[in-house]
Design a protein around this ligand. Sequence first.
Ligand code: LMR
Length: 364
Amino acid sequence: LYDYTTKGEADRMRLRTLATGAAFVLVPLTLTVFLLIFLGRIDPAGALDRDPEQEGLEAILTLRMSHVVAENTPKGQAARYFARRAAELSGGRIRVEVFPNGALFSDISELDALRRGDVDLIAPAASNWTDRYIEWQVLDLPFIFRDLDDLNAVLNGPLGTLLKEAPERDGLRTLLFWHSGLKQITTNVRPVLLPEDFRGLVFRRMQSSTIARYLELLGARTVPAPFNQTFPLLEKGMVNSEENTLTNIYSKKFYTVQTDLTLSDHGYLGYPVLVNDAFWRRLSPDDRAILLKALEEAGAYELRLIRELEARALKEMAASGLRIHRLTADERTAWEQAVAPLYDEVAVRMPPPLRAFVEARKPR
Ligand code: LMR
């Protein structure tokens, strides 16, 4: 037999249990919501005027860094590493947005953009600015540094200070130098081994009269052009040769429109990392220390990476059919003799300590 009385009681008990349970959940929930509204963490109108993502916005520092090379190059990788380390060292407070491949500014326009404050950090090829910061012409002299260790020793000494100070005339500050490496020659005319092989070659070059001059002394003609114009110029045959580091030759596919590469290590390609000085001085000492540390770590990482990226680039380019030539000691001496007069031309323009350095390093 079914007992209705007992069922009614059971239903009432179930209702009581449900009501008690609901009260246990709803009362604290309502209190919490009121508390959060009171503290301003929830907007009851549904319009979030306080987005948790935006909290502490005034404390977040966002910097834009522009450069013109591909990401799979020493500079491209250093910039990414720098952005990551700046974020890590600041607990996410400093954000560096990196714009590679000239996406923001070309190598010709980036320096003025920095002076105007339209970008916060740039790492231009020093060669593009050696006509403006004449001290940097020393860096463009062929064969002046034995290798990157030799170069770094100079940059870290008193001559390095002179080089770093040059852009102060424009209200800019050099934080440090990053490097691409040593430059090589590519052409689609003939193997280039001796100075006479330069005859009739037309080189794309950076905006540096020092580079123009040594290529002339070697016997070639030159056309100044932005980095991102180099491939189309080579492809259309408006120039037939260029000089660059292995990673730039590879990542920008110059080798696909060239037949021969000479491993000459004849010149240095490096990047002063520049900021607008007024902007830099507005940053807190803590932020400046974090940024410098991140830049230095990125520089050390870049140095370790150059060899690996260059080896990979060389292997791929050789496999594609590019003919690779290595200068012998005698061939190198012939190049050095051809460019030696440029050392005198540059030396007379230099302040005394740099003049002495150039004179001491002139090929004999
Ligand atoms: C070039 O213009 O050839 C390179 O210097 C570009 C760069 O920034 O490495």
